[in-house]
Design a protein around this ligand. Structure first.
Ligand code: ZN
Length: 285
């Protein structure tokens, strides 16, 4: 069982809404750099925020709407504060392991479909770098999708480790293809620091930018280069997919650096075909 720092527990108790601990801190995978993710069920719309409590980093994640709709969060939540009618506990009790697995797997299927869409976007890309960006985005969707379809909720910072541990689940071979698309063999300190500089610029207005930087630096400090390369690429991918084509043509260098893109077109096409085949066959299966 995990021990929650007293300062974090106190902070949770002071929030005037039901609160639960979610994310990697409920698993055995968390690292020293990981924040404590607190899900806050407040009726009004609020924005997420990162704060400090007794030397620990806490992220408040506001989950809007009906509590029972947040099946995945309820499924691995440790309840820290409930209403006097135990609303959160009873919602969590209704999430059986089967239901949790079903919902996570459905999200995984969605990620695989999105992976296929990104692979199709490669054909419309105007430059090799943008095509390479879509390939990487597709590869991240693919890895997350495969993990979820096998019942594991993907956790960005730990996804590569989760994929390694899923080896026994027989997904190693196809994940290998995705890691080749991501270019995991390019994980060197210079490549990582170039990307981090660019991502810092991309995320300059985000509330969680310092948290991102401190996690990446922690991985670097522990010489976890491939995990770091994977993680920062995933964060960059999440940011870039939300932007418009115009952004890619206006800031090609920033996009290229953030995701450490190569533009070896022949190689990209070969990888595209491999990943497309892998994603389609797992959707059928
Ligand atoms: Zn973590």
């Amino acid at each position: 069982m995990l021990t929650l720092p007293a300062a974090v527990r106190k902070l949770a108790e002071g929030i005037p809404h039901p609160v639960g601990l979610i994310g990697c801190r409920t698993s055995k995978m968390s690292l020293d750099c990981c924040e404590y993710d607190l899900a806050v069920f407040s009726p009004e719309n609020q924005s997420n925020q990162v704060l400090q409590a007794g030397g620990h980093t806490v992220e408040l994640i506001h989950l809007p709407g009906q509590v029972k709709n947040h099946v995945v969060e309820l499924g691995d939540m440790e309840i820290l504060k409930d209403t006097n009618k135990f609303m959160l506990s009873s919602a969590a009790r209704n999430v059986t392991p089967e239901k949790y697995k079903r919902v996570v797997a459905a999200a995984g299927k969605k990620s695989l479909i999105s992976s296929l869409f990104c692979l199709q976007k490669m054909h419309r890309a105007k430059t090799g770098a943008v095509a390479s960006m879509w390939l990487k985005v597709a590869a991240y969707d693919f890895v997350g999708g495969m993990l979820a379809m096998s019942g594991r909720k993907p956790m960005p910072l730990h996804e590569l480790e989760q994929a390694r541990q899923a080896d026994a689940g027989g997904i190693a071979e196809v994940v290998e293809v995705a890691l080749e698309c991501i270019g995991i063999e390019r994980a060197t300190r210079p490549a990582i620091s170039r990307s981090m500089g660019a991502i810092k610029e991309l995320k300059s207005k985000d509330y969680d930018k310092d948290l991102f930087m401190s996690k990446a630096e922690h991985l670097l400090g522990r010489s976890m280069l491939t995990d770091c390369y994977y993680y920062i690429g995933r964060v960059a991918a999440k940011d870039l997919v939300q932007r418009k084509d115009l952004f890619y043509s206006q800031y090609p260098k920033l996009v290229q650096l953030a995701m450490d893109l190569s533009s070896d077109v022949q190689r990209l096409e070969k990888l595209q075909k491999h990943l497309f085949r892998a994603a389609s066959s797992h959707l059928k299966g």
